[in-house]
Design a protein around this ligand. Structure first.
Ligand code: ADP
Ligand code: GLC
Length: 488
């Protein structure tokens, strides 16, 4: 019999991942996709992860195996608050859900009411998320799960590092990920006191941001390490053009700032098995792609024709995403035989611009204003090319989905788009951010599309590129370890 090992079993790293949205329970954008996939990929690497999320109705309804863990009795935001354990449908990742009906049980989105207005108590709603994140990362935690790292995401969880900073005893280290610097959690100065932070922290060396309180600034200031979702964006946010006023702080902390590109969930986004498609396909067997194109044309009320180049776009229709640039070039573009399909919601003026465009070109332009997960998969599969003229893009996921679906993306040279698309190899990159350059890149793509052999080569390169989370999750794990032992 072998002698019993004297080695201690290797302790796995423990991470509390704090997020305001998570796929497949609640989603407004890419942060949900990341929160639904990165924790699962970290688990594959042996990390012990719990994901802390607010108990919105959809979260409570969709989460599996819910069980009461603990009741907090005297939290400043809401008095009694229940903490539930549960698991994420699909991957089974363990969840911790904050069940606080007065703050989270309401119709509407996670940040806005049904008419699109921000909830007036968002400061309290997300201070609670952060407060519980901080408690669970400290000696005051009622749980036996004690994280080494609390990983915060965007302004909604950015008060965790600030709360932890002012707590005593043993505490977890923090990583603060910026998914989008444009959203900064800005509230009037008196909110600092309301969320229970000391008045002295309302200073440039603290949570103050141009006379207001910014929860994101608080996170960036107090966290042990900052990360963002692509290496190029990590550079861009240190400069004035895309720094949204935080460039000084970010440049000063640049030795604590890392860019790690997102991956994609390759089981959710797999054209061979995707249940939202009318026919599956892969790089070796592309016939199914045409079936999806015809289905998409039919669904959007367009002329059914496999040969007309079909340009797809799925996005929040905001200044960031450059929908206005597409509206600007559309009259000229539509003089050629092309079709455009857009799925999105956002700014009313732009939404109306797209509605009018579809009205004027019923055979060639199909527009769905709304959020439709199933249709988004069909657009990725049915379009020939994917448009992403973003003014800035921290990472962007659709350009990766589209590559995997053999739908080469046409993207502006910015942020994660630069880091994930290879010009002329897996897609098309344009610069500068002008209508002229955008149109020229579409013409370049259309010329390649007419050369079937060249087009198939681009599709093949795009579809076989590895966008899985494994490499990015390894980078996060290495980052956590370096934060925990900075000298090694
Ligand atoms: P962002 O998070 O800035 O909106 P990303 O490209 O990172 O941009 O992620 C957007 C995610 O949201 C993708 O999964 C995309 O398919 C999805 N999405 C955006 N708008 C819609 C919509 N109207 N319907 C369905 N899915 C959408
Ligand atoms: C943000 C960014 C987007 C990124 C996503 C997930 O919403 O706008 O570029 O892909 O977060 O990190």
């Amino acid at each position: 019999m072998p002698a019993p090992s004297t080695k201690k079993p290797k302790k796995s790293l423990k991470v509390l991942f704090v997020t305001p949205e998570i796929h497949p329970l609640i989603k407004t954008g890419g942060l949900a996709d990341v929160s639904g996939a990165l924790p699962a990929a970290l688990r594959e690497l042996g990390t012990e992860v719990r994901v802390l999320v607010p108990g919105y109705p959809k979260v409570l309804a969709g989460a599996k195996n819910k069980r009461l863990l603990y009741t907090f009795h005297d939290l400043p935001e809401a008095g009694e608050v229940r903490l539930l354990s549960a698991s994420l449908p699909g991957s089974g990742v363990p969840l911790l859900i904050i069940d606080c009906p007065v703050l989270y049980q309401r119709d509407g989105g996670p940040y806005q009411n049904p008419t699109g207005i921000d909830w007036p108590d968002n400061a309290q709603r997300f201070a609670l998320l952060s407060r519980i994140g901080a408690i669970l990362g400290s000696d005051a935690s009622p749980l036996s799960f004690r994280p080494d790292i609390v990983h915060c995401n965007d302004w909604q969880s950015a008060l965790v590092p600030a709360f932890l900073h002012f707590m005593h005893g043993k505490k977890a280290a923090t990583v603060m990920t910026i998914h989008n610097l444009a959203f900064q959690g800005i509230f009037p100065p008196h909110v600092v006191d309301e969320v229970g932070l000391p008045p002295a922290c309302f200073s440039i060396e603290g949570v103050e941001y141009y006379g207001n309180f910014s929860t994101l600034k608080a996170g960036l200031y107090y966290t042990d390490h900052i990360s963002t979702v692509s290496p190029t964006y990590a550079q861009e946010i240190q400069q004035k053009a895309l720094g949204f006023g935080m460039q000084g702080l970010l440049a000063r902390r640049s030795n604590k700032l890392t860019g790690i590109v997102n991956g994609i969930d390759t089981s959710d986004w797999n054209p061979a098995t995707d249940p939202h498609l009318v026919q599956g396909y892969d790089a070796g067997q592309m016939a199914g792609k045409t079936a999806n194109k015809l289905a998409l044309q039919e669904k959007m009320g367009l002329k059914r024709d496999p040969d007309i180049p079909l340009l797809g776009m799925i996005s929040r229709i905001t200044q960031q995403k450059g929908g206005d640039l597409l509206l600007e070039i559309a009259p000229q573009l539509l003089q050629e035989n092309v079709q455009i399909v857009l799925l999105g919601t956002g700014e009313t003026v732009l939404e109306n611009g797209f509605r009018n465009l579809a009205h004027a070109h019923p055979d060639n332009v199909g527009v769905t204003i709304g959020f439709d997960e199933g249709l988004s998969h069909l657009v990725e599969a049915g379009a020939d090319m994917f448009l992403m003229p973003s003014r800035f893009e921290p990472c962007g996921l659709n350009q990766m989905y589209s590559q995997r679906y053999g739908t080469p993306p046409i993207v502006h040279a910015t942020g994660g788009l630069t880091d994930t698309v290879e010009d002329g190899v897996t897609g098309f990159i344009f610069s500068p951010m002008t209508a002229k350059a955008f149109l020229a890149s579409i013409h370049r793509a259309l010329a390649t599309y007419r050369d079937k052999q060249a087009w198939h080569a681009i599709q093949h390169n795009a579809m076989t590129r590895d966008f899985s989370w494994k490499k990015s999750a390894e980078d996060y794990l290495a980052l956590y370890k370096s934060v925990l032992s900075p000298e090694s």
